[in-house]
Every structure is written in structure tokens, then in C-alpha cells.
Write a protein that binds this ligand. Structure first.
Ligand code: FAD
Length: 461
């Protein structure tokens, strides 16, 4: 057994919780005491968007309280900060949950090198996923490109039981507030209503879902007009809860709905795995044949993009989704698919324009799930959605928001229109209510146009 050191560092990143924390167990094994550290890295806080920054600051404040005020927050480049802090407390090791994103991997390699040069170690224990990216592979060792076989292999691979930890698992060092520590910044002011950013709130929300909505999840998850999903995405994003905990609880429930829920968590791991193997797919078509797809450009394209961003396309379900995004910094999954499809297939705009806008506003914005959610909808990604499947924004609205409640909630101009007529306001005897636009495109014509453009991709294959 390795000799115990006097001190270690626990460097928090996307795991802002004290429960189910294998890094705590590793640090407590390795050293008598540990310093809790978070680095405000401008490379990440810069592009974060107001909602995520606000949520992060609140979550840090809550973590600090859980650790008895002993979270040290330092601003700067982790490759400088982490070795410096480790040296200041003479830590033999720095403990993290592994990061598999393109930036996180590069950052951790740079930090590791600097630590090793100074005779210290970076110890990775666990990750933000049930199964770490890169682990689940085909029999020939290649990564999966298709979700269903991935999910099968993922289930076979399995995951650890939640770790039994609390703030008291580690004897925390008092940070020296002097030279480098900074207070957690004040909240950014964002116009959106954000969920409470604490581990306790995450667990409360989860318990509420588990005791009720999970049984209807299989049916309700597609309905933006009902509270039918778990709202766990932001808590998973910042690690206020680990998917292991959710999977363990869901396994105790029987029934098809809990199976469906497990599959959704498999999608999260799948996209992280896809991005791990193809970091270029964060910015470029996963399927390179789509580089030949003709896209809209110029002033008209920008004007159409602005209408989409503002939620003024004249298609009520699209506009409701875009306005929910602004109001709540979150959008229902069905609405994400409908609005994304509209941008790509009705407006013929590049998916990455839409993905960037989502990342700027979403509180749960996650590079792997967002970019690949977009590529799935655009048909440029892994296999699931062929390009020629085009969402019809009218029938999608009628089917998944049958009474029109979702639209009326987010589009005030349409509040006076009863029932499902709200999905076709241009058919009202006097046309759309004042202030609400006519549709900016003819959906059927643009669907045909999208299919023709796709022929160019087929020809280029
Ligand atoms: P639930 O339905 O309760 O699902 C439970 C959990 O399963 C989610 O929290 C999430 O972690 C995971 N999950 C569910 N669906 C998916 C999916 N399609 N892909 C990956 N994981 C999934 N999810 C994000 O977390 N961040 C994003 O930035 C993001 N961007 C998206 C962009 C587009 C265009 C699309 C189509 C989907 C995107 N998703 C993203 C996936 C999905 O919309 C959200 O995870 C979901 O709406 C979050 O709400 P929930 O927690 O109530 O979901």
C-alpha cells in the first residue's frame, strides 16, 4: 500500500456535490487532509452564457456551505493554478473525476504534466458518466456509431453502485484566504427563471419525479404541455447529482417507463462517447458527406435566423419553444427537436448556428448532448435520424401539445385562441391575432427544397 501523505487536493469541476463522490474516498485514502479547490477558468467561464454562469456561482456557494466554508476558489488557468495550490499545501496528489471533453482532456494533460514535473500526481477517479467514454466498444474494439447496440453493450458493461460519501468523508484543510483565493462572484443577472442550484434541490427534484411522474414518463416525456420529465439535465451537467444515483433508484422501480428513463441516460453517455472518439464533431458534420449540403447564406439567412431566435417564425410550436428557451434557459426535448428541425430543414441554415444559440442560452448546455442533439436532428450525425425525415411543425404541435396549452403559456399573443386552433392561427377567420406574425415560410415547399438539397449529398457519397 502506498504511504499516506499529509495532504492532498480535491479539485472540483463538473461534480459540485458531496454525496456519491468517489474522489473523496480516493483523497481520504491518499492523505490525512485535503484542500477543496475550484478553478474559475476563463476558457470555460468566458463562453458559458449568463444562465450557466449564474447557476455555477450559485452551485459553488452551496457547495462551499456544505463544506463548512472551506472551498477555495481561484481564478486563472488551471495549468498554473492547480500546481501552485498543490505546492502551497504540499499535496502529494490532486484528485479529480476524469473529464472527457475535448478541452477538458487537453487541460488535464497540461495540469498533469506540471504536477508530475513537481513530483506530484493527478489522480482520476470516476467521471461524470455512468460508463466513462471509451469504455464501451464493439467486439472488434471500434467505437459504436449506432445508439441501440451501444445501449445494449452499455447495459452489459454496467456501473458501480453509488459511493457512500458526505462532506465528513474528508478532513478538509482551511484554505488560506490570502494570496490567490477569490470570493465566488456575484450572480450574473439573467432574465431567465433558473432552478435552485444545490445538491439538496437536485435530490428533492429527483425524489419528486421518482415518486410520481416516472411511472408516466414513457408516455408523458414527449408532451411539452405537461411536467412529464425529470428536469435533471442541469443537475447532471454540473454534477449536483451523478447518473449512478439516478440509475440505482430507477433500477428499484419496475416497468417500461423506468426502462425508457434508463435509455435517456444512455443517450447522454452515448453522445459523450461519440464526442470522445470524434472531438471534431463538436464543430463539424459527423458525417462528412453532408459537407456537400447547400446551405442558406447572406442577409436573408441572417434575417430568418433572427426571427427563429426571437420566436417570431409564425409557427406557434416553434415560437413557444424558442421563447421557453429565453424564459427558462431550458427547453423541452420535443421542442428542441422541432425548433432544431425548423432551423435546418425549413430555413436551410447550418446546424451549428442553432447549436451556438442554444449553448449561449441553455442552463443545461452540454457540448456533447447539444452538438449531437443538433446533428441527430440535422441528420448529419450518428445514424438515428435520416435526413429525409422532416418534422412538420404543425402536426407536431397538434400531436404533442393537443390542447395548445404549451403554446399559450409561452406565446402571449395567442392566449386568446382556444384549443388546438392555436397551432394554425393563419386559419382563424380574421387571420393571426394582432402582433403575431404570418408564417415566414411555406413548410411544404421548404420540405421539398430540403429533400432536393439532400439529393446533392447523396450524389456526393
Ligand atoms: P428527461 O427526459 O428527464 O431525461 C433524463 C436525462 O436523460 C436528461 O437530464 C439527460 O441527461 C438525458 N437525456 C435525455 N434525452 C437526451 C438526449 N436526447 N440526448 C442526451 N441526453 C439525454 N441535453 C443536455 O443535457 N444538454 C444540452 O445542451 C442538450 N441540447 C440538446 C439539443 C437538441 C437540439 C436536442 C434535440 C436535445 C438536446 N439535449 C440536451 C437533450 C434533451 O433535450 C435534454 O437532456 C432534456 O430535454 C433535459 O430535460 P430533462 O432533464 O427533464 O430530461
Amino acid at each position: 500500500m502506498a504511504e499516506r501523505a499529509r495532504s492532498a487536493v480535491v479539485w472540483f469541476r463538473r461534480d459540485l456535490r458531496v454525496g456519491d463522490q468517489p474522489t473523496f474516498l480516493a483523497a481520504a485514502d491518499a492523505a490525512d487532509r485535503a484542500l477543496a479547490l475550484f478553478v474559475l477558468d476563463p476558457a470555460l467561464t468566458g463562453p458559458s452564457g449568463g444562465a450557466r454562469l449564474t447557476f455555477l456561482y450559485r452551485a459553488l456557494r452551496s457547495l462551499d456551505a456544505a463544506l463548512g466554508g472551506r472551498l477555495m476558489v481561484v481564478r486563472g488557468d488551471p495549468a498554473d493554478v492547480v500546481p501552485r495550490v498543490a505546492a502551497a499545501v504540499d499535496a502529494a496528489s490532486v484528485h479529480v473525476a476524469a473529464d472527457f471533453g475535448p478541452y477538458g482532456r487537453r487541460r488535464d494533460e497540461a495540469v498533469e504534466k506540471a504536477l508530475v514535473d513537481a513530483g506530484r500526481a493527478l489522480v482520476r477517479t470516476g467521471s461524470p458518466y455512468a460508463v466513462a467514454p471509451g469504455r464501451v466498444r464493439k467486439a472488434d474494439g471500434e467505437p459504436f456509431r449506432v445508439f441501440t447496440p451501444f445501449r445494449r453493450a452499455w447495459l452489459e458493461h454496467g456501473w458501480r453502485a453509488p459511493a457512500d460519501t458526505s462532506a465528513g468523508t474528508v478532513d478538509w484543510l482551511d484554505p488560506d484566504g490570502g494570496s490567490s483565493a477569490v470570493p465566488v462572484p456575484d450572480d450574473e443577472r439573467v432574465p431567465a427563471e433558473l432552478p435552485e442550484a444545490s445538491e439538496a434541490a437536485a435530490l428533492r427534484q429527483w425524489e419528486a419525479f421518482l415518486s410520481d411522474a416516472v411511472d408516466r414518463y414513457g408516455d408523458d416525456r414527449n408532451r411539452p404541455d405537461v411536467e412529464g420529465t425529470s428536469r435533471m439535465s442541469v443537475y447532471l451537467k454540473y454534477g449536483l447529482v451523478h447518473p449512478r444515483t439516478l440509475l440505482a433508484d430507477v433500477a428499484r422501480k419496475r416497468g417500461e417507463s423506468s426502462e425508457v428513463y434508463r435509455s435517456e441516460l444512455a443517450w447522454r453517455d452515448f453522445y459523450a462517447d461519440v464526442l470522445f472518439h470524434r472531438p471534431d464533431s463538436a464543430r463539424q458534420n459527423y458525417d462528412k458527406a453532408f459537407d456537400a449540403l447547400p446551405l442558406a447564406s447572406g442577409g436573408d439567412a441572417v434575417a430568418a435566423f433572427d426571427r427563429w431566435r426571437e420566436g417570431r417564425t409564425g409557427f406557434p410550436i416553434v415560437d413557444a419553444g424558442m421563447r421557453q428557451l429565453r424564459e427558462q434557459a431550458w427547453m423541452h426535448n420535443r421542442a428542441r427537436m422541432i425548433t432544431a428541425s425548423f432551423l435546418v430543414k425549413d430555413l436551410h441554415l447550418p446546424w451549428w448556428w442553432g447549436a451556438r444559440h442554444f449553448m449561449a442560452l441553455l442552463v443545461d448546455g452540454d457540448l456533447a448532448s447539444n452538438q449531437h442533439g443538433w446533428q441527430w436532428t440535422a441528420g448529419t450525425g450518428t445514424d438515428a435520424a435520416p435526413y429525409f425525415r422532416v418534422f412538420n411543425p404543425i402536426t407536431q404541435g397538434q400531436r404533442f401539445d393537443p390542447d395548445g396549452d404549451y403554446v399559450r403559456r409561452f406565446v402571449p399573443e395567442l392566449r386568446g385562441v382556444a384549443g388546438k386552433a392555436v397551432h394554425t392561427p393563419w386559419e382563424l377567420p380574421d387571420g393571426p391575432p394582432e402582433g403575431y406574425p404570418e408564417p415566414i415560410v411555406d413548410h411544404e415547399a421548404e420540405r421539398q427544397e430540403a429533400l432536393q438539397r439532400y439529393e446533392r449529398v447523396k450524389a456526393a457519397r
